[in-house]
Design a protein around this ligand. Structure first.
Ligand code: NDP
Ligand SMILES: O=CC(=O)O
Length: 416
């Protein structure tokens, strides 16, 4: 643990080497070092239980970096970028750097790192240009999803202020570097862009428009991004109010559950102000693996509801099949195996199947939210005069399961 105890005294020694871009050879090691330093500036801070190194590298993701540590130093090396050059191409500019960048940081005073220290070193990449790292971010709603998403923003080096109705849920994030806001209004007052990840339409409306709500702190030059799963009507109501304050509005519900949220692999279904979408793309990319811009407000909600309607029906059918198979004396494990090899194999069955068989009901996607999404789908289908009989039947199953859950009856086969 010698390294931890020398926190205040450590000196950063940078020795760098950069492979030159085609046809532009850098003369000597000094120039190479300054190239790497200039193009991949880094901050390194030692916190109570981990080291955080934040590096600016435009256009690169974690997969583009190789990070190695030994007892004395950490080395961060990029892969070469690829420039595709076809035979008939006529090039007018070749400014992008395509070689590798290497940054080495020597640990202080020759301190030896223990295995735990090495594992605690964390490297965050923050593309310098276009990361909008200067923006102060707010995050309202620290449930299963919000906590994981806000954490990824903090880890990526953003200045994040969090708020949650049950204040105790802020503590972990505050200890990891987030600021705490006292009310949604207080958060939007302090922040340039505020994200909201709330349970349902009632919560989304209350937090945005209620007393001490987000609206009170919004104004020209700010943005409000609602990533909760709500109906198009709720989105449009929040959108109108936000825009009347002079702020920009984006809805961006997500597909993907607790694990994708933790791993920064969500899928964003965004719609609303394109300017705000462009501003928050780097943050969406920190929290997600892909994103869709769907145009007018309401389209994100509609897309999310369609996706979750299908998911709800699939899960109900999956559970029904397992119960029927069990009654018929089939081995449930074998049912999962047969499913996994056929045309209806999918990540959700593979992930949920084993936990269902183990009667492990710890929620990643709470049942009440899946039922809410089916309810929203039925409401949408009413408005559009479209029959959705399968989803309607599935909704009845979830209603029963939800009632059982509320009575603390754990014998519920449907769980997400
Ligand atoms: N979990 C999942 O797999 C996914 C969920 N979603 C959607 O994301 C949203 C959040 O989901 P998740 O994080 O799982 O849900 P949780 O139930 O874990 O969290 C809900 C959040 O909403 C807050 N909240 C609820 N009611 C109110 C209210 N009236 N006023 C203020 N805050 C309120 C809760 O605060 P408090 O802590 O005080 O209760 C909590 O922060 C939902 O719309 C859900 O459908 C989307 C994709 C995946
Ligand atoms: O909304 C839930 C999900 O898994 O996506």
């Amino acid at each position: 643990m010698a390294f931890r105890s020398t926190a205040a005294r450590f000196q950063q020694v940078i020795t760098t080497a950069a492979k030159t871009p085609a046809k532009k050879s850098l003369a000597d090691a000094k120039k190479m070092a300054s190239f790497s330093k200039k193009n991949a500036p880094a901050d390194w801070v030692q916190r109570s239980d981990h080291h955080l190194i934040t590096i600016d590298m435009p256009g690169l993701s974690h997969e583009d970096f190789k990070i190695t540590t030994d007892a004395n130093e950490i080395t961060i090396k990029t892969k070469e970028r690829e420039r595709v050059e076809l035979e008939d191409d006529k090039w007018h500019a070749k400014e992008r750097y395509v070689g590798t960048v290497v940054r080495k940081f020597e640990f202080p005073d020759g301190a030896k790192l223990s295995k735990e220290d090495v594992e605690a070193v964390e490297v965050t990449l923050s593309p310098a240009s276009g990361s909008n790292q200067h923006l102060k971010l707010g995050f309202l709603g620290l449930g299963i999803m919000g906590t994981a998403m806000a954490r990824n923003l903090v880890k990526a080096g953003y200045d994040v202020t969090v708020w949650n109705r049950s204040a105790s849920k802020c503590e972990a994030l505050v200890s990891e570097g987030a600021r705490r806001g006292s009310t949604p209004k207080n958060v939007t007052e302090m922040c340039d862009v505020t994200f909201a990840m709330l349970a349902d339409p009632v919560a989304a409306l209350e937090v945005a428009l209620g007393s001490d709500g987000a609206l009170g702190g919004l104004g020209s030059g700010k943005g409000y991004v609602d990533v909760s799963t709500v109906d198009a009507g709720t989105t449009k109501t929040v959108c109108e109010a936000v825009k009347s304050s002079g702020s920009l509005f984006l809805e961006a519900p997500v597909s993907g559950s607790k694990k994708p949220a933790e791993e920064g692999k969500l899928i964003f279904l965004a719609a609303g102000d394109k300017e705000l979408y462009d501003t928050v793309v780097p943050m969406l990319d920190v929290m997600g693996k892909s994103r869709f811009y769907l145009g007018a407000p309401g389209n994100g909600a509609a897309m999310k509801i369609v996706v979750n309607m299908i998911m709800g029906s699939m899960m109900a059918s999956f559970a029904e099949g397992l119960i029927l198979g069990d009654k018929a004396g089939l081995d449930p494990q074998t049912i999962l195996e047969v499913l996994s090899q056929g045309a209806i194999n999918n990540p959700m069955f593979s992930l949920k199947g084993p936990t269902m068989l183990a009667r492990n009901y710890a929620p990643a996607f709470p049942l009440k939210h899946q039922q809410k999404d089916l309810r929203l789908a039925l409401d949408m289908s009413d408005k559009l005069l479209q029959n959705i009989p399968i989803a309607a039947a599935a909704n009845e199953v979830y209603k029963v399961a939800k009632a059982l859950d509320q009575r603390k009856n754990k014998n519920i086969i449907i769980q997400m």
